[in-house]
Design a protein around this ligand. Sequence first.
Ligand code: ZN
Length: 756
Amino acid sequence: MRPARPPITPALVAVSALAAAHVAYTDPTAPRPADPVGADLCAAGKILRFADGPALPLPATEGAGAPASQTDVLHNDLSVTVDPAAGSLTGANTMTIRSLADGLTEVGVRISDQFSLPQVLVDGAAAPWTRLSPTTIRVTLPTPMNTGDVFSLTVAYSGPGVAAGFGSITFGTHAGTPIFSTLSETWYAYTWWPHKDDGQNDNRDKATADIRVTAPDWMTIASNGVLQSETPLAGGLKETHWAATSPMTTYLLSMAGTNYTRFGAVWSHAGGSMPLDFLIYPENDTPTNRNALLQIIPMLDVFSALYGPYPFLNEKYGVYQFNFPGGMEHQTMSGQGSFGQSLSAHELAHQWWGDEVTCADWSNIWLNEGFATYSEALWQEFRPGGSVAGLHAAMAARRPTVFLSSTFIPNPVNPNRIFNTHYTYRKGAWILHMLRHAIGDQAFFDSLAAYRAAHAGGGATTDDFRAAVESVVGEPMDWFFQEWVFEPGAPWYEHAAIERVVGGQRYAEVMIRQASPPTYPIYTMPIDLGVTTDAGLSTVIVRNDAAAEHFLIPLDGPLQSVELDPDSWVLTEDVTAVAFAEGPPKIVAVTPAPGSTAPVIDDVTITFQAPVTISQADVTLTGPGGAAAFSFVYDDAAQTATITPAGTLTPGQWTVTLADTVVSAISGLALDGETNAAPPAGPMGGDGEPGGAAVFTFTIARPADLNGDGVVNGADISFILSAWGPCPIPGPCPEDLNGDGAVNGADITFVLSDWG
Ligand SMILES: [Zn+2]
């Protein structure tokens, strides 16, 4: 479903500008500034529509979490006669049901008490029933059913159609002509047809359907699936029979009828062709509207390329006009109040995301709406003439401005909360946008394919989607889904950058702080930095995962600017450039190179990006025999510490450890020294935050000391003489000191060159 967008008027533009205005936030403990009044205008159409409905009581089970289902509905055979003049319905639904339990004695059916129920049959015989609530009855089975037993349950009903929700059953007019239509989402199907009681928070049981609608013969009937027949009946009536052959969740079953103008089209796809069925009001049958609807053909091409084949190729896709100020993705037949390309793209994309793969429960509605909303932006990227700029513009237009609640809905009892524009639609779309940038295009679309393959024809949760992503990227993704789906908010970044020059090398030191309100998480996100020097622009990705971090980036020329997330891949509530604050010391250079091997090391130098307070007590030097004595000098001007061993370092591995008791001479913050952090926040390591020792190893080796006695002398030459000649294949051949494949005079020369 997609809510109506308000028309763009000068007044609304002014509100948007206010909402986007910079809000400085300096004290994280202070109350948050109030969200600007009217920032939630985009949801107004739906909220007003919802408020129009009479306040039907919520059923006792509503939102309480689905009880473990004991039945699987295989098929709904719904036959209903609609009297538009009276606003009433008379009909019956015969459900084909398979028991999932032994000793099943009762079946719950949702049907409003606005209807009389003249007949309830189990396998064709009258069955007793009791009403549990205004929405729900319990039918007693004449004989208990066991696992796998299949039986039929018929509930006949008659009475006035009284709408709930967003207009679950409405009788209205367009240009003075009667129209009726349905929109059951979320749990309001009970206001117009009897169906399995699924606890109101479980969308996973899907069934095929035959839908027979009898209405005045001048009406054309829109519904799910494939049109089977239109049969004239006595009294100026006509029965229209649609058959939905793909399993469908309850809230997607629909019907609408009026004096539609029908026009068709054929979509040719890789595997053949599929009919398109468009039903619009005669007064709206204009070339402009027809052309707008025919844009669905390239949309089918684009979404099939991105998501895989259209899910209901054996049926159809269609759009019918109805009076709802927005759209509703009824399976194979979307209702739309208008024909703009974003609305059409949204409802079409729902056929994959919402209809074929359905949110398992309303807590996870973003899996429907976030996907459909992101599809609007993907259409702008991949449509004929589309562009990445179009993608980013579309996402900017879909930026949420309210962040108080999470996208995941812990207690989904209020449809206005479930369909909140900011949390469900916009942030839901941004979650996908950010995931795409975090894992890359290939992994993102592979993840969508894995998710679809695992849950097509059923329902899914956020954890199911996360598992699909993890199956593609091969690493845990809970950090991403936890902070973005299950927590409120979006980051408030503060950032600054300065240039440093150390030993002739230029660096940008970038400070990123998260100044979000305390109710928000500290976000872990890869962030693009657009680094511009005299040599040009480059993009550096840093992994920001703390409240305050400093990153050190080597430069190829004088620094001009550093832009945080220049393409706006990260959803932020606030980004503020602030004054640079000195961070922790970072190591920019070490000699000799860490990990290197040398016959002798006279001293080790360590250079910092900024002045530090350091002493010999901060340093240890250990080798094969344990700690070794050394002398220590710190050169303030060069920001370099020099460690000189007291004696000759013996062969083996040596380790220089710099404790994080080294602190910045300016900020007093402790060394950011981790040498195993990935990715490093500086050229020699670090994780961006103060704290963490630096550990460097070197190897002293004298290959000519063949017997390892610490001296190169005649004993080593005797090793060469005893191995004289070509090296054995395969080796080893340690006496071949110059690596030419033979032990010979050249190796004796090598020994003599390292004598002593
Ligand atoms: Zn939608």
